[in-house]
Write a protein that binds this ligand. Structure first.
Ligand code: HEM
Length: 135
């Protein structure tokens, strides 16, 4: 019998699966709920459904179940953000809350860096206006 080939472990599994992504997004939305710039951008009074969409998207992106696309279809994130004004200030506020959330996970450095680098790049990519915020 040949030796079993080690299976590549997904990032999703390596960081602890669904529970870790739920913790990440919970901490992130605790910050968003208090944020005077970001909170008014969310159309629904209850942030729960938005938190669920972000959780499922991130789980899928990192190799977990494809539940996000099963319910929402292709992510097309830039298009889905088009109705919202995402300028540098919104991006920086979003990233500040995400930083707290990522740090709270206590991941090993390599995983921490992979997650943070992705989120930072994704946030820069989501910017759709360079106009300074009005009032
Ligand atoms: C750069 C600053 C960002 C701002 C201000 C922002 C804001 C928003 C807002 C207001 C919504 C609508 C809430 C909802 O109904 O779901 C939303 C949705 C969403 N955002 Fe962002 N976002 C940002 C960056 C990102 C990034 C970097 C990602 C991914 C890494 C992301 C992933 C998502 C997802 C998955 C949804 C739900 C899409 C759907 O299925 O409808 N966002 N975002």
């Amino acid at each position: 019998m040949s030796a079993p080939v080690p299976e590549e472990v997904s990032f999703f599994a390596a960081v602890g699966g669904e529970e870790t992504f739920r913790r990440l997004v919970d901490v992130f939305y605790e910050g968003v709920a208090q944020d005077p710039l970001l909170r008014p951008m969310y159309p629904e009074e209850d942030l729960g459904p938005a938190a669920e969409r972000l959780t499922l998207f991130l789980m899928q992106y990192w190799g977990g179940p494809n539940t996000y696309s099963a319910s929402r279809g292709h992510p097309r994130l830039r298009m889905r953000h088009a109705p919202f004004r995402v300028g540098p200030a919104e991006r920086d506020a979003w990233l500040a809350h995400m930083r707290v959330a990522v740090d709270s996970l206590g991941l090993e450095p390599q995983l921490h860096t992979m997650l943070w680098d992705y989120l930072e790049r994704a946030a820069y990519f989501m910017v759709n206006t360079m106009d300074p915020a009005h009032g």
